[in-house]
Write a protein that binds this ligand. Structure first.
Ligand code: COA
Length: 392
């Protein structure tokens, strides 16, 4: 293919692939909206359970509906015994995101007609997955540390129960509330890589579980949800570094990326990052503010370098500021991306159901993009197949 006929590939940036009524981003103004409601209003005034209801059903619940929904989620928190039994045979060094991704098809195995296209069944399964995701993460953490797996506590809310099952102690309500806000902020984000992966998979009429497992796989990568763990690794590495500015400069000069900075859509700031930065500063102030100080130095140095390169749109994103928040809550680094998943599963399921059942105007049933072929080409008759004995 000649250079003249070659198109520039953009990783689908700016390409609209479907209609969606679930969330909206204005990347220039730094606005994120779920089903019409601003993320800041939800973080300040809602709860994760209410946000899940909003994402799945499209409207804010009445008090009665929210109470029934919360009860339903609580009743579904346990996972089948064979899932926990299986985990006990897995290598303790397994990455939690791999474990989580492996568990989703295991949950599917308990379902008759796992690939059903019944909307109500898919909604019920979505609610069950939201309920069970924290149980899976906590159970794996306990098993890998040779600790007993703890039963969910129906008296605790979603975040508080997760921290209980993980840490084996009842957390204070303020920490549970902070984690609940983190879950609200991560619950959906339009056609990000993992949501697109989930929608693409179910566009083949694969099951909801297959879509969620695909979402988990995409989320695990360090350019997506995996970035929060990488940010914490960076902060820990720089904990005793006297020359943070020098470290950041050297890294960027070497062509490497600063994790937790930059975003494909937000170009003036990530509203989730603003919220989490404040939370991190508040939590950090109680313990000396070390992480906020290190983060500030990284941010200031990187922003000055980016400005010099004409790349002022690279700014801290959600992961830059969520990582120290989770750390201050006592969450191990490799569980930070699974916590993202505990929240984002709500958005994935809403998108999967929309993909499966909504009348997506003008969109063919199946996603099928195309690639620009840049490999060997000898014309439509193909290259001459040489016998093995003649090959060099
Ligand atoms: N550190 C250093 N340079 C960065 C950067 C970062 N965190 N993020 C983007 N850039 C640079 C790229 O090197 C590239 O430079 P070039 O044009 O000179 O090659 C340019 O900015 C564009 O990056 P690109 O990956 O092509 O597009 P993007 O702006 O859509 O990237 C991300 C979005 C998220 C992939 C990118 O910002 C990134 O890798 N960030 C770090 C990982 C991260 O935090 N991910 C979580 C996102 S919520």
């Amino acid at each position: 293919m000649s250079e003249a006929t070659r198109v520039k590939n953009t990783g689908l940036r700016g390409v609209t692939v479907a209609d969606s009524a679930i969330s909206f981003i204005d990347g220039e103004k730094g606005v994120l909206i779920y089903r019409g409601y601003r993320i800041e209003d939800l973080a300040d005034r809602s709860s994760f359970m209410e946000t899940v209801y909003l994402l799945l059903f499209g409207i804010l619940p009445t008090g009665e509906h929210l109470e029934a929904f919360t009860r339903q989620v609580k009743d579904l928190r346990r996972v089948p015994g064979y899932v926990i039994d299986s985990m006990r045979h897995w290598p303790k060094s397994a990455r939690p995101m791999d474990v989580l991704q492996a568990c989703v098809p295991l949950l599917s195995m308990a379902e008759e007609h796992g690939d059903t296209m019944d909307r109500q069944v898919c909604l019920n399964r979505s609610i069950a997955l939201v309920a069970q995701m924290p149980t899976l993460v906590a159970a794996w953490h306990r098993i890998r540390n040779d600790q007993p797996v703890l039963d969910p506590d129906p008296d605790l809310d979603h975040a508080g129960n997760f921290l209980w099952m993980l840490q084996g102690k009842k957390t204070d309500p303020a920490t549970a509330k902070d984690l609940d806000v983190c879950l609200i902020l991560h619950a959906d984000h339009t056609f990000n890589a993992s949501t697109f992966a989930a929608r693409e998979v179910v566009s083949t009429r694969a099951s909801l579980y297959a879509g969620v497992a695909a979402g988990l796989g995409a989320l695990s990568g360090s350019l997506h949800g995996g970035a929060n763990a990488k940010v914490m690794e960076m902060l820990l590495k720089l904990e005793n570094e006297p020359d943070i500015e020098g470290w950041v400069s050297a890294r960027l000069a070497g062509g490497e990326r600063i994790m937790g900075m930059g975003h494909a859509i937000y170009k003036t700031g990530d509203p989730r990052a603003v919220y989490l930065k404040r939370m991190g500063q508040r939590l950090g102030a109680q313990t000396g503010g070390k992480w906020a100080d290190i983060s500030r130095k990284i941010e200031e140095t990187a922003l000055a370098i980016f400005a010099g390169l004409g790349k002022s749109t690279i700014l801290p994103n959600v992961d830059f500021n969520s990582a120290p928040v989770y750390y201050l809550m006592g969450i191990p680094t490799d569980l930070m991306t699974p916590i993202f998943a505990i929240s984002r599963v709500a958005g994935w399921c809403a998108h999967i159901i929309e993909e499966q059942f909504a009348d997506v105007q003008g969109k063919p049933a199946l996603y099928r993009p195309q690639a620009q072929y840049v490999g060997e080409y000898c014309g439509l008759m193909g290259c001459e197949y040489s016998p093995m004995s003649t090959r060099k």
